[in-house]
Design a protein around this ligand. Structure first.
Ligand code: MG
Length: 366
């Protein structure tokens, strides 16, 4: 590992002191705690873009998290960073997501607008810091500072100021570790390409639609040129094209980051954190391609009527459940009650629900 990677001996440690393990390093322990958490298991039944009951072939938050972790590990390894730490952050990065994807988060944020709002990154940290309860001596999983720093990818200034050291970078505008930056990029590679794939699988993004995206069209053209036969299964050629696109993105971010790191002359993790910009990044040309993917997906998939129906439905379910517990707090599960924090208790409970549990609770109310 490079000197500017996060190492166990430059870790800022855990809030509650624990004995060192002889079998695993600190970041491997963090990873294992996440995998054994109940919030992690519930990712299986949480929507990425398509709701769970639309089909078993679509991504869920769990499979997305595994894909982000695979990409993160590969990039971290190539850059000689701490692979264990990147893997840990990737597996935990979506733990705070509500049911029903971004629609659920928007609905809950709206319900909470007079009570501090709802941010899913902040919630992911809340899950590992407070909501998981598996240790007699403390709440949460007592993860290392570096895992927590990576999990808190974005944060409003208001929330950041209540978080102590882990929130400081949002107030001082400094950077997280390179391992955290790797996960951030890996997340954008994973969801952009995989949403294209799931969009195609769903029938919403057709082959002719996909070809309106230059990045896709170019790679599809190259694939056709590489093939001798014209008889290729359309589905397989789409998957192969998307696979090539992932390869290009990963290759680009790896090579470009190597140059950025070497030009920056950073030597230590402290210099990484105080450096003026992020050092894990795409080249401009590839960044533009990814931006195109993002707007293409927004226009053609995320705002498609079929996806919008789901969005509206999510809004109704979350808002109804929120209002019900707000009016009937005596029915609220005792395990989730935080003294004097009724609204935050409700937000914690609702955001932890899987899609199907939220649906079931909503049906019970009716
Ligand atoms: Mg993600």
């Amino acid at each position: 590992m490079k000197k500017y990677a996060v190492h166990e001996d430059n870790s800022l440690g855990r809030e509650y002191l624990e004995n060192q393990s002889t079998l695993r390093n600190d970041f491997q322990r963090d990873r294992d705690r996440i995998i054994h958490s109940s919030a992690f298991r519930r990712l299986m039944y949480k929507t990425q873009v398509f709701v769970n009951h639309e089909g078993d072939m679509f991504r869920t938050r769990l499979t997305h998290s595994l894909e982000v972790s695979q990409i993160s590990r590969g990039v971290a390894r190539s850059l000689e960073l701490n692979e264990d730490l990147s893997e840990t952050i990737a597996l935990a990065h979506d733990l705070g997501h509500t049911p029903f994807g971004h629609a659920g988060q928007d609905a809950l944020n709206q319900c909470m607008k007079n009570h501090g709002g709802f941010e899913h990154n902040y919630q992911s940290l809340r899950v590992v810091d407070k909501l998981e309860r598996r240790y007699v001596n403390f709440n949460g999983l007592n993860l290392t500072f570096e895992s927590r720093e990576g999990i808190l990818k974005h944060c409003s200034k208001k929330n950041a100021s209540s978080l102590g050291k882990v929130g400081e970078r949002f107030l001082n505008k400094t950077q997280p570790s390179l391992e955290a930056q790797v996960v951030d990029i890996a997340d954008s590679i994973a969801y952009n390409i995989h949403d294209l794939e799931d969009g195609y699988r769903s029938g919403i993004l057709t082959m002719s639609k996909l070809q309106q995206l230059d990045f896709f069209a170019e790679n599809y053209g190259n694939l056709r040129n590489d093939l001798n036969s014209t008889e290729v299964d359309e589905k397989v050629s789409v998957y192969e094209t998307l696979r090539r696109m992932i390869f290009i993105l990963i290759n680009d971010v790896t090579n470009n980051s190597k140059s950025l790191i070497s030009e920056s002359n950073i030597k230590t993790i402290d210099e990484v954190r105080t450096y003026k910009t992020k050092l894990i990044n795409f080249s401009d040309r590839i960044q533009n391609y990814l931006n195109d993917c993002r707007s293409f997906l927004r226009d053609n998939l995320y705002e498609h009527p079929r996806v919008n129906d789901m969005t509206n439905n999510a809004n109704t379910i979350i808002t109804d459940l929120y209002n019900y517990y707000n009016d009937n707090f005596e029915d609220f599960p005792i395990d989730y009650k935080i003294p004097d924090k009724k609204h935050r208790s409700i937000a914690d409970f609702l955001s932890g629900m899987t899609d199907r549990f939220a649906n079931k609770m909503h049906k019970l109310l009716k």
